[in-house]
Ligand binder design. Structure first.
Ligand code: ADP
Length: 396
């Protein structure tokens, strides 16, 4: 069956059409600048050229219509009619405490997702717009919502309760939720497969290090701790996000710079992290180039980033009382051997040993620790779309 996977942002939409039998991507692409001048669709059929077309997309409905038109186009299309799409899987950012699993989308489910809007005001409304647009264009096709937060609903209370008045949790559900759940789940399961061990027998730490970054402790197949919180701002230093800071800084900067709390939070989300420290980029490739050229702030950004990763990995080893496998994934985790070396050099006391030849490879599932390393270190390219397609198939 062909499954259309949709990941709707506020002004963008990523898609993949996946054949669930072979798990191959038949076509993929994205729509950018939805609702803004200069909107365009990038479309690429498997084995074909990437094609960019400018087209008006005042709303997500037009964007999804363009995606569907491309998929059935006589020349570049990969299916003959929309009947060949068996189901649609939607990435939904926040499922709050309502969703501990992926779910078939009904009107009640849409309402429940809307009730989580407060917790993810930038993301959830866009996800719902995408769901409604698909419903309008393919009214009889079953749809599934796959939540970024769901995998972490197994976290124990002591991991998700903040040290603030409990009534804020009771009244407003202010607590830690965690994100990147689809990736942490996919990658930790794949690690167990690669190690030939039952998933529920392992203590695994997944380092999802991309532009957005988070770490997850997976204890016997369940997420028990993760570094993002009520929003994705908590935890690691990221491309443009600050990660953990002393909350008193918000008021301090607001006063000094004559800004509102909202403005300071925007800075913490969009102008901080690696971008803020380096002063010139949020992209780790530029950071590495900067380090090679002797740029001190680039080096500092990388060091601060790595320091925070080590802090979380160390904490999670203690939390789980041990670790069997540490997995690196996402843009930086998959591609950058240096960050893996920097982190693992702090774990030699546990008997972690990297195999330099393995660690220098790229783009495939790899065990990068030596055979005698006491803790296995793996690199596994994440594949959130495939995980969404698998969940979608399972539910319909
Ligand atoms: P997201 O999905 O959060 O946007 P990705 O997982 O795509 O992020 O990761 C993007 C990050 O990965 C960028 O900061 C980018 O610089 C980094 N990255 C990608 N390729 C490389 C590479 N070859 N070396 C170092 N960093 C890389």
């Amino acid at each position: 069956m062909n499954i259309l996977v949709i990941n709707c942002g506020s002004s963008s939409l990523k898609f993949q059409l996946i054949d669930s039998d072979s798990e191959k991507v038949l076509a993929k692409g994205l729509c950018e600048r939805i609702g803004i001048d200069g909107s365009r669709i990038v479309y690429q059929p498997a084995g074909g050229e990437k094609e960019t077309t400018e087209a008006p997309m005042p709303t997500h409905t037009e964007a999804i219509k363009l995606v569907l038109d491309s998929l059935i186009d006589a020349n570049k299309g990969v299916i003959k009619s929309l009947d060949e799409i068996g189901a649609v899987g939607h990435r939904v950012v926040h499922g709050g405490e309502k969703f501990a699993k992926s779910t078939l989308i009904t009107d009640e489910v849409i309402k429940a997702i809307e009730e989580c809007n407060d917790l993810a005001p930038l993301h959830n409304p866009a996800n719902i717009i995408g769901i409604n647009a698909c419903k309008e264009l393919m009214p009889n096709t079953p749809m599934v919502a796959v939540f970024d937060t769901a995998f972490h609903q197994t976290m124990p209370e002591e991991a998700y309760i903040y040290g603030i008045p409990y009534e804020y949790y009771e009244k407003y559900k202010v607590r830690r939720y965690g994100f990147h759940g689809t990736s942490h789940s996919f990658v930790s399961k794949r690690a167990a497969e690669m190690l030939g061990k039952p998933y529920d027998s392992l203590k695994t730490i997944v380092c999802h290090l991309g532009n957005g970054a988070s770490i997850c402790a997976v204890d016997h197949g369940k997420s028990v701790e993760t570094s993002m919180g009520m929003t994705p701002l908590e935890g690691l230093i990221m491309g443009t996000r600050s990660g953990d800071i002393d909350p008193a800084i918000v008021e301090f900067i607001a006063k000094k710079e004559n800004k509102t709390a909202e403005e300071v939070l925007k800075i913490l989300n969009k102008e901080s992290g690696v971008q803020g420290i380096s002063g010139f980029t949020s992209d780790f490739r530029d950071i590495e180039e900067g380090i090679e050229k002797g740029n001190k702030r680039a080096k500092l950004a990388m060091d601060v980033f790595a320091h925070r990763v080590v802090r979380y990995v160390g904490a999670y080893i203690a939390q789980m009382n041990g670790v069997d496998a540490i997995v690196f994934t996402a843009g930086l985790g998959e591609n950058d051997k240096t960050i893996r070396e920097m982190v693992c050099s702090h774990l030699e006391f546990l008997g972690v040993k990297l195999d330099d030849a393995q660690n220098s490879k790229r783009g495939e599932d790899l065990i990068v620790s030596t055979d005698d390393s006491k803790v296995k270190v793996l690199v596994i390219p994440t594949n959130e779309e495939l995980m969404i397609a698998r969940d979608t198939l399972a539910l319909i």
